[in-house]
Design a protein. Structure first.
Length: 182
């Protein structure tokens, strides 16, 4: 017969072993100067309500923070408001079907139902704010969006491995309570 405390001990040992394993992997990757590892398998870009090319828009000189703000408390970056898109598209490419659909959203005052590409996992206390304050660039975690016509989850930034790897590489706090709050 197994006891509950025996089960808890085995789970604790397994978690501890995983933590040390991830630490060893992160140490080995320091030699190759890897910040946030690529996802081990391909992830298709989610279907969005409107086509949007980061590659095209960033090539025109737009910066991430022009469309993605970080309001209090700083956990999530916002997705662009319809009115922001319409600042340019009231005249630029206004006859294209996608821009006409954008105008429909704007006229109805409905937000564009963008699909988030990266999701913070349940139980994780995470914020963009300290990362932005340390000067972490968007592409460090989200990949080279300047070359993406459709954003896909190209890095493993939302995995425990990705977080620990980056924190180890940058000498940032990497204890359990950094992300797992009680």
């Amino acid at each position: 017969m197994r006891t509950e405390s025996g089960k808890t001990s085995r789970i604790s040992l397994l978690l501890l072993a995983m933590f040390f394993c991830f630490g060893a992997i992160a140490q080995a990757q320091k030699a190759v100067k890897l910040m946030v590892p690529d996802n081990p398998g391909p992830h298709a870009a989610p279907e969005q309500p409107l086509p949007y090319s980061h590659k095209q828009h960033l090539a025109m000189g737009l910066e991430c923070k022009e469309c993605h703000r970080n309001p209090e408390p700083g956990n999530l970056m916002t997705l662009p408001e319809t009115a922001k898109c319409m600042q340019c598209h009231v005249t630029i490419a206004k006859d294209k079907p996608a821009i006409m659909k954008l105008a429909t959203f704007a006229n109805s005052k409905e937000p564009i139902p963008w699909v988030r590409v990266y999701q913070v996992l349940p139980g994780i206390a995470w914020s963009h704010r300290p990362h932005l304050a340390k000067g972490v660039k968007c592409e460090t975690c989200h990949g080279n969006t300047r070359e993406m016509t459709a954003v896909a989850e190209v890095t493993s930034v939302t995995s425990m491995y990705g977080c620990l790897n980056c924190h180890e590489m940058n000498h940032a706090k990497a204890s359990c309570d950094t992300c797992h709050k009680h």
